[in-house]
Design a binder for this molecule. Structure first.
Ligand code: UD1
Length: 379
């Protein structure tokens, strides 16, 4: 059997890596002929959003790097499709595995099904019910055309069945992102990240921000800056800044509000806010694990903080990952600055309750996926 695995953007790598490890392990144990090929579309290409992760997660150099780069949604999606098609033509795989909900996920799934190649979607069925999110469109379309739908939580099963998906295509396997977290957590804890940033254990907050709905609108970004400054009076905040957010901060002239440290050329915490470059996987894991609070608009971070037991405020009106609220540490706070500050202060002063682990978020999701694929995909 020949399998192509696709990675496109930063949140894909920690989902693809466990699949690569599990396939390698399966091959070694069973002496199987299964061949797997790694295709990176190049949607993310910066060292900080790509190179560093491949090294850290023990991922090999991609067999193909399609080098698509940035662009509008249409041009990026179209570019991935037209560059992926010749790879399919040459390799003739039995299966293409896509993960998550980025433009590369949709583009490669669509290219594969149009050529009659089976598609497996890992992290299927999640729904925010907000079609203004580009990721929601990517999720709906990818699920509609995939043959194997691997889900992380029960809500995904309900969503897929409601949309008319055959139950026989759905496999509840757990969460591959958590496979990576559990593998690297101990190593991450030993890193000197706190010393380097002058932070104390559980005495700082971390923020990440990159959703177009939060960073592309000046009023939303200004509101978040306001909340950040008020919260920073309670606790220092570290803000590893995504390149698209950095670009918007410059466009809207908000450098001083968001970026006092870099703006002053100093690397010390000033005004309680430390805006820095995006971090690598284990460094960021260390930073989250030791934090008192995380503020984010990312999807994966809602899941990671649930397992780490760190309170998480999600700066969105909805989440496609409801289990992180039901069983985890996640609270949806939206974009109202007063609410963000109030919930932040509350989280800092409330002792954390008993920690619950969502079912099957146990570090073995990728092994379950490989078993299903080996037993089901036709050679
Ligand atoms: C993408 C995903 C999003 C994911 C995020 C994680 C889609 C629709 N969005 O958003 O779901 O949560 O990745 O990071 O697929 N840029 C760089 N260097 C890079 C890549 C991008 O500077 O290596 C900048 C460019 O200015 C680019 C902008 O980031 O225009 C947006 O990049 P893009 O890949 O389109 O989307 P993200 O916002 O990163």
């Amino acid at each position: 059997m020949k399998i192509i695995l696709v990675s496109g953007a930063r949140p894909n790598y920690m989902k693809i890596a466990p699949l690569m490890w599990a396939l390698r392990e399966y091959k070694q144990k069973n002496g199987s002929q299964t061949q797997f090929i790694l295709v990176h579309t190049g949607q993310h290409y910066d060292r900080q959003l790509f190179g560093v992760f491949f090294q850290e997660l023990d991922l090999p150099e991609p067999d193909y790097n399609l080098g698509v780069g940035s662009g509008t949604h249409a041009s990026q999606t179209a570019e991935v499709m037209s560059r992926f098609e010749p790879v399919l033509e040459k390799e003739e795989p039995n299966l293409v595995v896509v993960v998550g909900d980025v433009n590369s996920t949709l583009a490669c799934a669509l290219t594969a099904v149009k050529r009659g190649v089976s598609v497996a979607h890992v992290e299927a069925g999640l729904r925010s019910f907000d079609r203004t999110m580009p990721e929601e469109i990517n999720r709906i379309v990818t699920d509609a055309i995939s043959d194997y739908l691997f889900i992380t939580e029960p809500s995904a099963n309900e969503n897929l069945l409601r949309e008319g998906t055959l139950a026989s295509k759905i496999f509840f396997v757990g969460n591959v992102m958590i496979d990576s977290l559990l593998r690297y957590r101990d190593k991450a804890r030993t890193l000197p990240v706190l010393d380097q940033l002058g932070l104390k254990l559980k005495e700082y907050a971390v923020m990440t921000l990159h959703r177009p709905s939060n960073v592309d609108r000046p009023e939303a970004l200004k509101g978040i800056a306001d909340a950040l400054h008020r919260l920073a009076k309670e606790i220092p905040i570290v803000f590893p800044c995504h390149p698209r957010t950095a670009e918007r901060i410059r466009d809207f002239g908000l450098e001083v509000a968001f970026n006092p440290v870099l703006h002053s050329g100093s690397s010390r915490l000033m005004n309680g806010i430390n805006t820095c470059e995006p971090m690598g996987y284990t460094e960021f894991l260390c930073l989250m694990d030791h934090a008192a609070l995380v503020l984010t608009d990312s999807g994966g971070i809602q899941e990671e903080t649930t397992i780490l037991g760190v309170p998480c405020l999600t700066l969105r009106e909805n989440t496609e990952r409801p289990i992180t609220i039901q069983m985890g540490t996640n609270v949806l706070v939206g974009l109202n600055p007063d609410r963000i500050v109030a919930e932040g202060v509350k989280a800092l002063h409330t002792p954390s309750g008993p920690r619950l682990q969502p079912p099957l978020w146990d570090g073995k999701a990728a092994n379950r996926i490989v078993e299903v694929l080996i037993n089901n995909v036709k050679n």
